[in-house]
Design a protein around this ligand. Structure first.
Ligand code: NAD
Length: 392
């Protein structure tokens, strides 16, 4: 169980690029990183594309005014001159900026925690992976809900063989907030999401399904996709060529089959993500609208609901438990766990503790690469007319 006690020697000196006053995801980063007050300390930022707004926001957050910068270039240069300068920076800006900011941060000697989808192309990720290796720095990726303890329970149940052979994987990340084009007209954050120059080669495949795809890999680390077929379309024509709806069929190397549905036009849906794993003996199912409950269904037996925080759960699940059973825990704690996992990876890297590093489970650059490859393969299949393609 986590009680906020420090797991690394001292908090990392942390900064942010983006995630400013009007940014959608910035608060999730701060609540995740600062939850325990023992892993990160927010010391500097270039919060906003509008420097003045970024500064006034930073002052209100309590960041020292002299360490609020007009842009990330100025921040990386000035912080490198300080004995107490930044050690790690989070990037919470629109997709099209991730690559250049990550590269600049690594070249400035910083560890990086970047939003998904990591970059536009897998070639860019491979290049940055080499740079990160050369600089001995971590690149983490914020797949937000993947830090929820019950996902580690699912991982333990799958990898221990409790479900039998995995046969069917059913994944979903959908909502209905873009069922009409009303949001496209008023929200800057939605406008860039359907502009390929800023969003990259996809909308919902990158925006939504990269989360669920990573979570499926976290739960089933041994399962690799052999080939997939993706059908994507935009029900609101102005969003084309990017999709507001996509269906993917998957064939795994072990013979299992899967489906993933990503959509922002699933009108009325408030369930968000759903993950169902069907084995030859039993199935498990989790949805982030009821994150504290894991359905466990053994063929021929009464269905069970496993509740978060209970002692019958696996140790790797309860190790990241914070509130205890009976008390709700959700997205905020999940983000805190992601940030903590990455802090431990950064700390182990800095100390040269490679044996610890190898045991840590966190969304690093390989998870970022897998997410970008996932998008590339889906788009390649869809744009050839929804055909099966080998997963490259
Ligand atoms: P947004 O448009 O709401 O906010 C972007 C923020 O970045 C704004 O504060 C803007 O001023 C700032 N910004 C833009 N360019 C900048 C630059 N060059 N330098 C400094 N600041 C800059 O976007 P959002 O919805 O918060 O999404 C940001 C990123 O986070 C995207 O990559 C998105 O895919 C991702 N995201 C992830 C999650 C998650 O759960 N992990 C949730 C939402 C968004």
């Amino acid at each position: 169980m986590l009680n906020g006690e420090r797991l690394i020697a001292r908090p990392l000196r942390w900064g942010m690029v983006g995630g400013g006053r009007l940014g959608q995801v910035g608060y999730k980063h701060r609540s995740g990183a600062l939850r325990d007050n023992t892993a990160y300390q927010l010391v500097a930022a270039a919060f906003d594309i509008d420097p003045q707004r970024g500064r006034s926001f930073g002052v209100n957050l309590g960041v020292s005014e002299e360490r609020l910068y007009d842009n990330y270039q100025a921040m990386f240069a000035a912080e490198a001159e300080r004995a107490d300068g930044l050690e790690v920076v989070s990037i919470a800006t629109p997709n099209g900026t991730h690559y250049e900011i990550t590269k600049a941060a690594l070249n400035a000697g910083l560890h990086v925690i970047c939003e998904k989808p990591l970059f536009f192309t897998s070639a860019e990720v491979v290049e940055i992976r080499e740079l990160a290796r050369a600089k001995n720095r971590i690149v983490g990726v914020t797949y937000g809900f993947s830090g929820h303890p019950l996902l580690m329970q699912m991982r333990a149940m799958v990898t221990s063989g409790l479900l039998g052979d995995i046969r069917i994987v059913d994944l979903q990340y959908t909502h209905g907030f873009n069922a009409t084009d009303a949001v496209d007209k008023i929200s800057d954050a939605q406008k860039w999401r359907v502009d390929p120059k800023v969003a990259g080669p996809s909308f919902v495949l990158g925006d939504l399904s990269t989360h669920t795809f990573y979570m499926s890999q976290l739960i089933m680390p041994h399962m690799k996709i052999r080939e997939l077929l993706c059908d994507r379309q935009s029900f609101i024509p102005s969003r084309a060529p990017l999709e507001d709806n996509a269906r993917v069929l998957m064939h795994y190397e072990n013979g299992a089959v899967g489906t993933l549905w990503a959509s922002s036009v699933n009108a009325g849906c408030m369930d968000s993500q759903k993950i169902r794993i069907v084995g030859s003996r039993a199935s498990i199912e989790w949805t982030d609208s009821r994150p504290s409950e894991l359905r466990y269904e053994v063929q021929g037996e009464p269905r069970q609901i496993l509740d978060r925080g209970m002692s019958y759960l696996d140790d790797i699940c309860n190790a990241e438990e914070r509130m205890g059973a009976l008390h709700t825990e959700g997205l905020a704690e999940s983000w805190a766990n992601i940030y903590l996992r990455i802090a431990r990876a950064i700390d182990a890297t800095s100390r040269g503790d490679t044996s610890l590093l190898e045991t840590l489970v966190y969304p690093g650059i390989e998870a970022g690469l897998d997410g970008v490859r996932w998008i590339e393969n889906c788009v390649r299949s869809a744009d050839q007319g929804a055909v099966w393609v080998d997963f490259e």
